[in-house]
Write a protein that binds this ligand. Structure first.
Ligand code: HEC
Ligand code: HEC
Length: 218
């Protein structure tokens, strides 16, 4: 074999190996999720930090976003202490497996979501959403973001959405806050009451996010 061909063969081998190395394994993810269900698998389960709110629904969320958010906790870009403590223990493979599992988890529980929002916001909330151009990234129905690395937010718990929005406004706190440049630029133009009004509207919409009770997959 000539040197050039040897190189090509080696390259082809490397390329076909790469996706396999990163393959997501939902079955492996289900086993790894045993440590998540105590919070994410109990309908209505509440966290008390930094204030009482329901823990986010992650079943049905985009896999790419789940990985991105877990990496953000691991790196400390998201400073929530509990999720940081958990994310630090996860490898890249663990995150990919968990994300593959959660993206499809409980798919049979959901109805298709219409392309246009099921309920119109009040004129005040509509003006806020227009000012933030929220639909341009999260989708007109807030369930279909333009990039799978962005979250579905329709139907997410409104109290969690509000805590998350406020977190993007916090800087210089070791335990609270999220340093995401895109969302930080969005939220700083709003007052807390305006963030709350948007969270309430978006949380009221039908979406694909859900909490799958533990008993369903045992
Ligand atoms: C002790 C309770 C608890 C456990 C256990 C837990 N989580 Fe969480 N999780 C939370 C809370 C509370 C938040 C919201 C944190 C915040 O405000 O940023 C969260 C946030 C998340 C998010 C971000 C959701 C979003 O919409 O941005 C993901 C993804 C996530 N958790 C995945 C997991 C996975 C995977 C496991 C298991 C390996 C796990 N969590 C275990 C409480 C928990
Ligand atoms: C330019 C694109 C873009 C725009 C515009 C945008 N977002 Fe986001 N949004 C994102 C991205 C990307 C993330 C994930 C950030 C991260 O990793 O923490 C996000 C995260 C969020 C979250 C956290 C979700 C969760 O599960 O934790 C909420 C809530 C949210 N956005 C609401 C809004 C609202 C309300 C507006 C309008 C005021 C808005 N977004 C405008 C891209 C955008």
């Amino acid at each position: 074999m000539s040197k050039a061909i040897t190189l090509l063969v080696a390259l082809a081998g490397a390329l076909s190996f790469m996706p396999a190395a990163q393959a997501q394994d939902a079955v492996a993810g289900e086993k790894k999720a045993a440590s998540c269900i105590g919070c994410h698998g109990i309908p209505g389960y509440q966290a008390s930090f930094p204030e009482v709110h329901r823990v986010p629904m992650i079943s049905g969320q985009n896999a790419k976003y789940i990985v991105a958010s877990l990496q953000a906790y691991k790196k400390g870009e998201r400073r929530h202490p509990t999720m940081r403590g958990i994310a630090i223990t996860l490898t890249d493979t663990d995150m990919a497996d968990l994300a593959a599992f959660y993206e499809k988890h409980g798919a049979s529980m959901i109805k298709p979501v219409a392309e246009t929002p099921a309920a119109q916001p009040t004129p005040e909330v509509a003006a806020l959403l227009a000012k933030g151009a929220c639909a341009t990234c999260h989708g007109v129905n807030y369930n279909k973001p333009i990039d799978p690395g962005y979250p579905k937010i329709a139907g997410q718990h409104a109290d969690y959405l509000y805590v998350a929005l406020r977190a993007y406004t916090v800087t210089g706190n070791a335990k609270v806050g999220r340093s995401n440049a895109i969302m930080a630029a969005q939220v700083k133009q709003f007052k807390p009451a305006e963030l709350k009004a948007m969270a309430q509207y978006i949380g009221s919409l039908p979406g694909e996010l859900r909490t799958v009770p533990q008993s369903r997959f045992r």
